[in-house]
Design a protein around this ligand. Structure first.
Ligand SMILES: NC(=O)C1=CN([C@@H]2O[C@H](COP(=O)(O)OP(=O)(O)OC[C@H]3O[C@@H](n4cnc5c(N)ncnc54)[C@H](O)[C@@H]3O)[C@@H](O)[C@H]2O)[C@@H](O)CC1
Ligand SMILES: [K+]
Length: 481
C-alpha cells in the first residue's frame, strides 16, 4: 500500500482494533491514550470558555480517553466531574487513566448531565457493538452541548448508522484517521465539527490494519495532465449512444465529457442524427450502424444509457459488451437491467442513484458501503452509488467515499454530466475505479464553484479548472510523501 494512500484511509472499528493491537506491541496503548485525551481537552479548550464539564466514561478505552481528558481539563483549572457508567477492567490502560484522575466523581444520571454546561461523551467508541441501553441514552439526551470522544456513543463507526435516537453533537474528536461513520450520514451530521488528532500512531500499525475504505481525494488517484505531444486520440475518444426521444440527457453527458478534457466526443445517433447535428458544433454525430462504428479501434470507451429507452439500450449495450469495449452504463441502461443485474455483466462502470441501485440489487440497508461492495463483486464492475456522500466500490473490495460535493449538484441532468466526466477519464486511460473516483471529485468541485442555484449546464464551465486543481493537488500529495 502506498504511503500517500494511507493518508486518505478511513479505518473501520474492526481495523482500529487490529491497529490498537499492533500498537500495544510497539508503543503501548497508555501513551496513545494519554495523547488522545490531551487532544480532546485541547479541542475543548480552544473552542469553549471555561465552564462546568461532565465527562461520561464507559468501561473501555473510549472511557480511558475520557478520564485523561478530564485530568487535563482539571489541570487547566476547569470545573470537571466524571460520571462512570461502569468501572474499567482492572489492569488495563483505562483503569490506570481512571486512577490518575483524582477529581470529582458523580453518579451517571440524567440530572447530572442536565446540570453541566458541557458534556464529554466517552461512553463507547470503536467498541460499540449494540444499541446502548436507555440508561445511557437517557443521560446523553439530557446534555446541552455535547462533545464526542471518537464518535457519539450511539453511532456505528463503520456505517454511520444511529443505533438509538440521540441528539446532534457540537464536536467530535477522533484519532489517527476519521472513521467511515464520521463521513457517512447520519453519523456525518450527528458528529458535528470533526477534529482528527495525530496521536503518534506508528504508520506500520495503520498499515497492519489493512484499511480498504478511503476518503475520495486527489492523491488517492491522479488524473492525466496535458502533454506537449498530445493529440485528440491520445487524450481519448468518448462515444455515446444517443436516443431518439430524450436527446437532452445524451447531449448533457457529451458536454460533460468535452468540458472535462476528452480529445473527441462522438454520438452514435442512428436515425436521430439530424436532431443532434443542430447541437454543439464540436460534437461529431454518427449515423452509421453501430457495428460499423465499432470497427474503429480508437473508440474504446462507450457511454450507454443517458437518454435511452429500454429498447435502445437492448439494441446497443450487448453489442458494445460483445465487442469488448469499456462500457459505462447509466440511467436507461440501469432501468433496462432492473431485477436482472446480470444483463450488465461485462460493463466496466455503473453509476446508479439510490432508486436504480435498489432496482438492481435491492435496498442497501444501513451498511451502504457493504451493499455497494457486494454489488461490485457480484457484477465484477465498478459501482458508484450517487448520494450526498457517493460510495464508489471496486470488485476487489476497495471503496472510496466522496463527500466533495454540494446540494447544488442535486439538479436534473447532473448525473448525465457525471457519467460524461467519468467516460472522459476512462478514455484518458485511467483504471476504472480511479476514473470513477476522480469523476465524482471533479463533478463535486465543479458544483462547489458553480455559484448559487446553478443549472446543470453551469457545471461544464468549471470542469476544466476542476481537472487542473485535481492534477495540482495530486502532485502536492505525492511531493509531501
Ligand atoms: N484507535 C486508536 O488509535 C486509539 C483508540 N483509543 C480509544 O479506544 C476506543 C476503543 O476502545 P475499546 O476497544 O476498549 O472499546 P469501547 O471503549 O468503545 O467499548 C468498550 C466495550 O464496551 C462494550 N459495549 C459496546 N457497546 C455496548 C453497549 N451498547 N452497551 C454496553 N456495552 C457495550 C463492549 O464490550 C466494548 O468492548 C476508541 O474509540 C478510542 O476512543 C485511544 O485510547 C487510543 C488510541
Ligand atoms: K464516545
Amino acid at each position: 500500500m502506498m504511503a500517500h494512500t494511507l493518508r486518505f484511509c478511513l479505518p473501520t472499528p474492526a481495523q482500529c482494533a487490529t491497529m490498537d493491537e499492533a500498537a500495544s506491541r510497539i508503543t503501548g496503548i497508555a501513551a496513545l491514550m494519554d495523547r488522545a485525551g490531551w487532544a480532546v481537552a485541547q479541542a475543548v479548550r480552544s473552542r469553549f470558555a471555561p465552564c462546568r464539564v461532565l465527562v461520561l466514561c464507559g468501561p473501555g478505552n473510549n472511557g480511558g480517553d475520557g478520564y485523561v481528558a478530564a485530568r487535563y481539563l482539571e489541570r487547566a483549572r476547569w470545573p470537571v466531574q466524571v460520571a462512570a457508567l461502569a468501572e474499567p477492567r482492572e489492569g488495563g490502560p483505562a483503569a490506570e487513566a481512571a486512577r490518575l484522575f483524582r477529581g470529582n466523581r458523580v453518579a451517571f444520571t440524567p440530572e447530572n448531565a442536565r446540570r453541566a454546561d458541557l458534556v464529554i461523551d466517552a461512553v463507547f467508541g470503536a467498541g460499540l457493538d449494540r444499541a446502548p441501553a436507555d440508561e445511557v441514552m437517557n443521560v446523553i439526551r439530557e446534555a446541552g452541548t455535547l462533545v464526542a470522544v471518537d464518535l457519539p456513543s450511539f453511532v456505528n463507526g463503520k456505517t454511520g448508522a444511529a443505533l438509538a435516537e440521540g441528539p446532534d453533537y457540537a464536536l467530535s474528536v477522533t484519532f489517527v484517521r476519521p472513521k467511515p461513520g464520521h463521513i457517512l450520514p447520519p453519523g456525518r451530521v450527528t458528529r458535528g465539527e470533526l477534529v482528527c488528532a495525530d496521536i503518534g500512531m506508528p504508520m506500520r500499525c495503520l498499515e497492519a490494519a489493512a484499511p480498504d475504505i478511503w476518503l475520495n481525494q486527489p492523491g488517492l488517484w491522479s488524473v492525466p495532465a496535458m502533454k506537449p505531444e498530445d493529440h485528440k486520440y491520445s487524450r481519448g475518444v468518448v462515444s455515446l449512444c444517443g436516443g431518439r426521444i430524450m436527446p437532452g440527457a445524451t447531449r448533457l453527458a457529451a458536454a460533460g465529457a468535452r468540458a472535462s478534457g476528452a480529445g473527441l466526443v462522438r454520438i452514435s445517433a442512428g436515425r436521430a442524427a439530424e436532431a443532434y447535428r443542430l447541437g454543439a458544433p464540436g460534437l461529431v454525430i454518427d449515423d452509421a450502424p453501430l457495428a460499423a462504428l465499432l470497427e474503429d479501434e480508437r473508440r474504446k470507451v462507450w457511454l450507454c444509457g443517458p437518454g435511452l429507452t429500454e429498447d435502445e439500450v437492448e439494441a446497443t449495450l450487448p453489442v458494445l459488451v460483445a465487442a469488448g469495449r469499456v462500457v459505462l452504463a447509466d440511467a436507461g441502461a440501469l432501468g433496462w437491467a432492473a431485477g436482472a443485474p446480470d444483463k450488465l455483466r461485462g460493463v466496466s462502470v455503473i453509476t446508479p442513484h439510490i432508486g436504480e441501485f435498489a432496482g438492481l440489487f435491492g435496498k442497501p440497508g444501513d451498511d451502504r458501503v457493504q451493499a455497494v461492495r457486494d454489488a461490485a463483486r457480484e457484477l465484477d464492475c465498478v459501482v458508484l452509488l450517487k448520494g450526498s456522500v457517493t460510495v464508489i466500490a471496486a470488485p476487489d473490495g476497495r471503496v472510496a467515499l466522496n463527500d466533495h460535493a454540494t446540494p447544488a449538484l442535486a439538479t436534473a441532468g447532473s448525473g448525465d454530466t457525471l457519467s460524461g466526466v467519468i467516460a472522459t477519464l476512462l478514455a484518458a486511460g485511467m483504471p476504472h475505479w480511479e476514473a470513477a473516483c476522480a469523476g465524482a471529485w471533479l463533478h463535486g468541485e465543479a458544483g462547489l464553484n458553480a455559484g448559487n442555484w446553478p443549472i446543470v449546464e453551469d457545471f461544464d464551465g468549471h470542469l476544466g479548472d476542476a481537472r487542473a486543481r485535481a492534477i495540482a493537488l495530486a502532485a502536492d500529495a505525492a511531493c509531501d510523501d
